[in-house]
Design a protein around this ligand. Structure first.
Ligand code: NDP
Length: 247
């Protein structure tokens, strides 16, 4: 395993849930972490907490659907910490709904954040990483990137996009010594479910409250494992499921 000491890591969607856990674990492993999301108060609180532990952290408020904002996140990170070694495209949303209750607004939002957000993130770092012949891009996928789930048709489609995009990218960037990995979590306890307004669909298709599901820390540990591999090893995809409900 390689050390993450002083590696520069940018994590989008790091104001809560899995993204927050990832920055905490990367920082504890020695990385300089740069957070990006829309809620400044959350980012400020996480940054302050990390600094109080003697860890290195900063943030830029950023909406991943706007390519200029994610570029700014990367530029400000470079100015403060140096070139980006690790980018985790984690920001994402999920809204349960049946196809009969489709909503153009929710469709567009899921596609913009989950697909375009990842493309924007990659575009912001790829030139620098390939010219330095060094870097690791982690795209947050899902078990819904391996099979479609009822009540999550568009969401599943966005995660299939993440998988296809990452597979192609991985092949193109290998010659430049840049790794591309996807993480495919099963159900993780975060705020993700809380944004669904169609409570009927959530009850019909969602995981019951009583089900034992995995924690954001479990996913963060998986990310640290992926980025800590020696140069000659690539973890292309990592499916992380609760043992009680395997796919
Ligand atoms: P959360 O809702 O806790 O976190 C989502 C994060 O994305 C927040 O930090 C939010 O911050 C950020 N975000 C949302 N929209 C934008 C945007 N437009 N620009 C920038 N940041 C944005 O959910 P999770 O932690 O669960 O989700 C993280 C990732 O994990 C997602 O990609 C999700 O699809 C994936 N995943 C989650 C699973 C689960 O069961 N929880 C299972 C499989 C995959 P802010 O609102 O401040 O912008």
């Amino acid at each position: 395993m390689t050390t993450l000491k002083d590696k520069v890591a940018v994590v989008t969607g790091s104001s809560s849930g899995i993204g927050e856990a990832i920055v905490r674990h990367l920082a504890l492993a020695g990385a300089k972490v740069s957070l990006g999301a829309r809620r400044a108060d959350r980012l400020e609180a996480i940054k302050s907490d990390l600094l109080s532990q003697g860890l290195k952290a900063r943030y830029t408020v950023c909406d991943v659907t706007d390519s200029s904002q994610i570029k700014r996140l990367v530029e400000e990170t470079e100015q403060e910490f140096g070139p980006v070694d690790i980018l985790v495209n984690n920001a994402g949303v999920m809204y349960y709904r049946g196809v009969l209750k489709s909503s153009e607004e929710l469709d567009n939002r899921e596609i913009d954040i989950n697909c375009k957000g990842v493309v924007n993130g990659v575009s912001a770092v790829v030139e620098s990483m390939t010219s330095r012949k060094s870097g690791h891009i982690i795209n947050m996928s899902s078990n819904a990137g391996r099979r479609g789930f009822a009540g999550l048709a568009v969401y599943s489609g966005t995660k299939f996009f993440v998988e296809g995009f990452s597979q192609a990218l991985r092949q193109e960037l290998a010659e430049h010594n840049v790794k591309v990995s996807t993480v495919q979590p099963g159900d993780v306890k975060t705020e993700l479910m809380s944004h669904t307004t169609d409570k009927e669909a959530a009850a019909k298709y969602g995981v019951a409250e009583s089900t034992s599901i995995i924690s954001a820390d479990d996913i963060a540990r998986a990310v640290v494992y992926i980025v800590s591999q020696p140069d000659n090893i690539a973890i292309n995809e990592l499916l992380v499921e609760p043992s009680s409900i395997p796919m």
